[in-house]
Design a protein around this ligand. Structure first.
Ligand code: PMP
Length: 362
């Protein structure tokens, strides 16, 4: 170890950084590994004031998101992606070495990475076999927990978490911990949002993003929705200029009436392609189970997942391996791309055999 490495905090030396789709690389031309929208939406910049610092919380953008979410402007915070929202909650609410966060694997990987980065303990309570919350086990592990992340619809399983269970969780945690509903994929099942409960539960927080249905993953823009009290605390720890002027400019356009209409059209197209893909996948010999999804991706169990992953990778079709996640052996996650990309995927899968040659499932 060099001297420089020895200077770093112990938890940073021990940290395995988040393996984002981009970091994992690949030489593909069909990218189905990051749950992005498959086509770029063009925008023009309307603000040319780059000599000036941007507003910390651009008023026009906040007003549009509040209107879109049916909330007041004090209930909305904008940040560099939902990932920054995950982190701000830890920074504002968790004392390193004392408090903990909790989440329920299999789920999104950044909750643990953010906790580790700040030296905050993370506790896990595995989801039940049907990927719903194990409320009894959560109740037993709440001591010292300040933030509970519940991803619904969940990445990578694609299911919604039961509303009754979420209500019970909110009752159980009143005055003790925040319950953070990660709604990164909510535009694909908008009726399931919990924003309507914010008035009732001051400890409920909802995370949103423009990275998925809005087709703006490269923009890096997300939102935290919560009681004015929670937002005010997050405002204490956010960077002075979290969004650049072009980001705020484009995000404001994406939330215009026209932008929202376009987003909804994209969502309908993706859902139609997803349904086509579910049927087509079920007819492939190498596919064991296609799990139902409320999102723009499908979790699929294959008879020989590693071979399928590698064989598609070699053909330039890049999926996301979920084989190592709790309860997901043999599973790959497939983002729903264009109809053409989906057809290429199916054509490639049709050439693969139905059983493993190397018995790598064990
Ligand atoms: N939550 C979930 C469940 C996600 O899948 C993602 C994106 N991978 C995020 C949050 C982060 O979104 P953003 O791009 O806005 O940082």
């Amino acid at each position: 170890m060099s001297n420089i490495e020895a200077l770093a905090r112990a938890n940073v030396r021990a940290l395995t950084p988040y393996q984002s789709a981009r970091r994992l690389g690949g030489n593909g031309d069909v990218w189905l590994n990051a749950n992005e929208y498959p086509l770029a939406v063009p925008f023009d910049l309307s603000q040319q004031t780059l000599n000036r610092y941007p507003e910390c919380q651009p008023k026009a953008l906040i007003a549009r998101y509040a209107a879109y979410a049916g909330l007041s402007t004090e209930q909305v915070l904008v940040s560099r992606g939902a990932d920054e929202g995950i982190e701000l909650l830890i920074r504002a609410f968790c004392e390193p070495g004392k408090d903990a966060v909790l989440f329920c694997p299999p789920t999104y990987g950044m909750y643990s990475v953010s906790a580790e980065t700040f030296g905050v303990e993370y506790r896990t309570v595995n989801a039940r076999e049907n990927w719903q919350l194990n409320l009894d086990a959560i109740a037993e592990k709440l001591d010292g927990v300040k933030v509970i992340y519940v991803c619904s619809p969940n990445n990578p399983t694609g299911n919604l978490v039961s509303r009754d269970d979420l209500r019970q969780l909110l009752e159980m945690t009143r005055d003790k911990a925040l319950v953070v509903a990660d709604e990164a994929y909510i535009e694909f099942c908008p009726d399931a949002t919990l924003t309507g409960w914010l008035a009732e539960y001051p400890h409920l927080v909802v995370l949103r993003t423009l990275s998925k249905a809005f087709a703006l993953a490269g923009l890096r823009c997300g939102f935290t929705l919560a009681s004015a009290e929670v937002i005010a605390l997050l405002m204490k720890v956010i960077a002075p200029y979290p969004l650049s002027t072009p980001v705020a400019d484009i995000a404001t356009q994406a939330l215009s009436e026209q932008g929202l209409t376009l987003m909804k059209q994209h969502v309908s197209e993706i859902i139609a392609t997803r349904e086509w893909l579910v049927d087509a996948l079920r007819q492939c010999a190498c596919v064991e189970t296609v799990f139902p999804s409320q999102t723009n991706y499908l979790l699929v169990r294959f008879t020989a997942a590693s071979e399928v992953f590698k064989s598609l990778w070699d053909r330039g079709i890049i999926l996301r391996d979920q084989n190592k996640q709790q309860g997901l052996s043999g599973c790959l996650r497939i983002s729903v791309g264009t109809r053409e990309e989906s057809e290429r995927l199916i054509a490639a899968l049709k050439t693969l055999p139905g059983t493993s040659v190397s018995m790598e499932q064990a």
